[in-house]
Design a protein around this ligand. Sequence first.
Ligand code: ADP
Ligand code: GN1
Ligand code: MG
Length: 367
Amino acid sequence: MTFNFKAVTDQFVNEGTFLHADPYGEGHINDTFAVYFETKEGRKYRVILQRINHTVFVNPDGLMNNIYRVTQFLKEKIKAAGGDELRETLTVIPTVSGGLYYKDDEGSYWRMYVFVEDAITYQSIRDEQDFYNCGVSFGNFQRLLSDFPTEKLIETIANFHNTVKRFEDFKLAVGQDKAGRVKDVGPEIEFAMKREKDAGQIIKMLQTGEIPYRVTHNDTKLNNIMIDNATGKGICVIDLDTVMPGAACYDFGDSIRFGASTAAEDETDLSKVNMSLRLFEVFTSGYLSVAKEFLTEKELYSLSVGAKLMTFECGIRFLTDYLNGDTYFKIHREHQNLDRCRTQFKLVSDMEQKMDEMHKIVRRYSN
Ligand code: ADP
Ligand code: GN1
Ligand code: MG
């Protein structure tokens, strides 16, 4: 990828002169860069520049409005609590014409954020305390947004965590066999088909009103939270593209899926991949230390179910993308989406074995 970064960054309000831009982070969706500047006084600083994946996010304008509204809302609460609004939530850097993003001549959409310094995102936890702190942060994120007017948010990806719809997409991909890979993934297809009836577990609870819609993040993996270098605490929840109305257990579940796994999302040695009950407990205790105040009985029950379902959903999404020829998730090697699918399915099997224990742990930290 070579872009004229100077031309793009000139479109945003920044102090000083452009130095250079480097690819940054390990997200699967957007193209992320750190852009370096130097001020007249010789101070160097950087910002985050992202090219929004507008195949995935078909309404970048609505998306950026969501992010602006949510971050402004969070900033008011952070200020009221005496916090640092430039570090504790994302800050959109406007364009020179006052917009929230810049669309270039090739139709790419660019946005810029203040760089949250002295904090880092992790691909896997360093120690249990990190994961506890993530639980607290995601619990707080839901708490702070509990009185956000949801009607102001657009759905940035329709049916994002509608697992029934995800399952239909998966069956369609099997039927179409666009990349000619169905023949190679018989066991994975069988694994998924056996669990088709599970797909409706959470969406049905939402649709019947058994559990409420809340403003949720919907993509709570570990690398979407910045951990403060000084305190080790979660300082800033990032990647707000999928903030939309959803179920509390989507956020809880996706955190467990990624963070409570004993191996990387694309580990090829499945004997290393398990859902650690210890890590499950650590996250649950952090999350519920905040969220037990507002979750209903039914929502508490939904947490462990959601953990399994978010993992299953992610597995079928990776498999669907593999069958479609790797068009959605970025890959860095051949078959990476299949490897990702396999780790998720291994975690699902493990969670099925551990489900009673998971419910018990949730109950233990609910009182
Ligand atoms: P994706 O949707 O592709 O996952 P993210 O918004 O999560 O993109 O950004 C990718 C990575 O860039 C993050 O995991 C994080 O390491 C880094 N990052 C994103 N925003 C910031 C920020 N404001 N300050 C510092 N690092 C950031
Ligand atoms: C994507 O954007 P990123 O890398 O944080 C995906 C999530 C998946 C995740 C799997 C918008 O997250 O839904 O759970 O990959 N985001 C989108 O690692 O599809
Ligand atoms: Mg991300």
